[in-house]
Write a new protein. Structure first.
Length: 61
């Protein structure tokens, strides 16, 4: 999978994705809520905006 720039495309609203920005050394799971609002896994509005995202991989069987 490749990282997708938020400038190129945003994920579907409410779908968990892996996000990152240049200030982090790691990815974070979050979802796009629309209108430039991102929510973390605790359903809290994020105070920072990711620059890239990618779909989560399929879970193991």
């Amino acid at each position: 999978m490749e990282w997708i720039s938020v400038k190129d495309r945003l994920p579907e609203t409410g779908v968990p994705v892996l996000i990152c920005n240049p200030y982090w050394d790691y990815g974070v799971v979050a979802n796009y809520a629309g209108k430039n609002v991102w929510m973390d896994t605790w359903h809290q509005r994020m105070t920072y905006t990711p620059t890239y995202w990618m779909p989560l991989p399929e879970p193991p069987k």
